[in-house]
Design a binder for this molecule. Structure first.
Ligand code: ZN
Length: 282
């Protein structure tokens, strides 16, 4: 099942790629607000599996918003691939993953224009995003996938000057400028993947491949992250986990490389779809 936010309304995307408005198709049983569906996730899945659905409508990717536009919590994981930890000059984490947040005002849909912060060094990080579908507190990894509503593509756009200057790093603020958290193009439920723990991620800048990896190389897999995070704080329906990025970011290059005005960044994950960001000066 593919769940989308089409112009601010919850939609199902059918096998032909057409959108079905959920509030209308369910005669109001499920609200139009895309964020509200996660609090009724089991009911919604059951309804969607059995409902007589009307004909879908065509849409443009730019009309999509984030499938989870206002999560109560957004967790982002640092250094979760060995090759990226090495290029960043850090030891790979052991025992517990490094965690920060991206503030919710930075969340956008999949196709956007993003302003480059003045005086900054703006970088790319493609990431698999997991969205929680069932409250998770002290959940063991073996039970974790049943708490996931679905997977999406995420870009953890990062301004490195703000992120790394000062007595301690400012991961959360440096990664929360307006438009720095595109999520989409829709949410794909875990049952749609042959193996949701092994998906190819790929990121291009102006058509040149800059990142390519597989989620099987995550140090902390999606289930391991849910076990770790939920051992500290409950994960709530609709919460977002940015799972970390593989090697190939601008920070780790020799010479270093940053996003420029006019650049186009395309971020793709196998079995999900793509994000497309273009950048302009502030
Ligand atoms: Zn990241």
């Amino acid at each position: 099942m593919h769940i989308a936010n089409l112009s601010g309304r919850l939609a199902l995307i059918d096998a032909d790629g057409l959108a079905i408005d959920v509030e209308r198709a369910s005669s109001g049983r499920f609200a139009a607000d895309p964020q509200a569906v996660y609090d009724a996730w089991d009911d919604f899945r059951d309804w969607a599996a059995h409902a007589e659905l009307p004909e879908g409508v065509l849409f443009e990717p730019a009309e999509l918003g984030s499938p989870t536009p206002q999560p109560r919590q957004l967790f982002a994981i640092g250094l979760n691939y060995r090759d990226h930890a090495a290029e960043s000059g850090f030891a790979a984490p052991e025992g517990f993953p490094p965690v920060f947040t991206k503030f919710a005002t930075s969340i956008t849909g999949p196709v956007t224009r993003v302003a480059l912060p003045e005086g900054g060094h703006t970088d790319w990080e493609i990431e698999l995003v997991a969205v929680i579908g069932r409250r998770a507190s002290h959940v063991a990894a073996v039970d974790a996938w049943s708490h996931v509503a679905g997977l999406a593509v995420g870009q953890d756009i990062s301004e490195r000057v703000g992120q790394l200057t000062g007595p301690v790093p400012q991961f959360s603020l440096g990664k929360s400028h307006p438009g720095f958290t595109p999520i989409g193009p829709w949410l794909v439920t875990p049952d749609e993947f042959d193996n949701p723990d092994d998906l190819e991620l790929r990121c291009t800048l102006n058509g040149e491949e800059v990142q390519k990896g597989r989620t099987r190389d995550l140090i902390f897999s999606v289930p391991a992250l849910i076990e770790a995070l939920s051992s500290v704080t409950p994960l709530l329906p609709g919460d977002v986990i940015f799972t970390g990025t593989p090697a190939g970011v601008g920070l780790g290059r020799e010479p270093q490389r940053w996003i420029c005005s006019g650049d186009e960044l395309v971020s793709t994950i196998e079995g999900i779809g793509e994000l497309r960001q273009t950048f302009h000066d502030h």
